[in-house]
Design a protein around this ligand. Sequence first.
Ligand code: SF4
Ligand code: SF4
Length: 328
Amino acid sequence: MSTLGDVWGPTKKQDKYVFSKINSFTTMNLDYLRTILPIKKLFFPQKQELFSFNLGEGNKKTIKAVDDSKHRILFGLHPCEINALNIQDGFFMFGDYSDPYYEDLRNNTIVVGYSCLPDNNCFCNFTGTSDVDEGYDLFINNLDDYYLVFVNSTTGNDIVIQNQEMFDEDISKIDLNNYKKWVNKRNSMFKHEYGDITNNITKLMDLNYNDEFWDKLGEECLSCGTCTISCPTCSCYNVVDKLSVGTIGLGFREREWDSCQLPQFSVVAGNVDFRVTRASRLKLYYSHKLVTYGNDGPSCVGCGRCIEQCPVDINVLRVVKNLTEVDL
Ligand code: SF4
Ligand code: SF4
């Protein structure tokens, strides 16, 4: 596979996992469940130089776009991660307003998915993202004794054709039954039972918009931004021009991750801040995660990172529990 480009996959980092560039398949750890940062970091990096400029003098102004898009293979992405990438596609590649930096990185990347079994923090059963139908080239289902591979693009098909000795295209009824058994086993392992996220959460969010529960969360929240940084579907960024010291007119424009949970995020011209309280910022985040993001409905994919990483235990499941619970 390395002939197709740089290979990236999950590797162990102390007791956590990260997506890193792989030089040997032995360093890849497919037993992982979730990485610290989601794969969005490879399409929309934490800091990304967009272009450099030299304003010079007279007619010598130059602007040079940065193109660091290379061919890559991302190996071992779970369904929630690919579903999150599809949501990022909707944000960055929306009709005529496609972001060229993101689009180049996306078009130059082969995505190979890999099946997983949930732990106590996974709830993709509840967000409808435990399986994925698009956004990948190949998807490998580990059925214990062998792998069932879904092909979802011409690139994926080319890889299969070029490596025919690794694949057997005769799928039998036994294979299908083994797959169904595996899906049933996976589904029975989820611990969280809230029903379908899309069902009535919109109404409940509206009806509870002024509930004191939000103020309580606001008092607990540290405004650290960890939930947005670790969330695979958060895509807010800031753009800043950085000038070099000592050379007039020379500099570069950089895009960097931002977070709606940070105090200065909603400050606009005139120093007006329309989301002063932490409660109001949390309502924004959870409206995007549970109700609508763009035109595409909720954006939570149930990866469990906010459960694992928020230092004060604010997360989607806690919010949903409060929205749905009946007070007696
Ligand atoms: S809101 Fe939490 S569980 Fe949902 S996708 Fe973001 S980090 Fe994952
Ligand atoms: S909800 Fe948790 S992770 Fe998010 S900003 Fe508040 S304290 Fe940080």
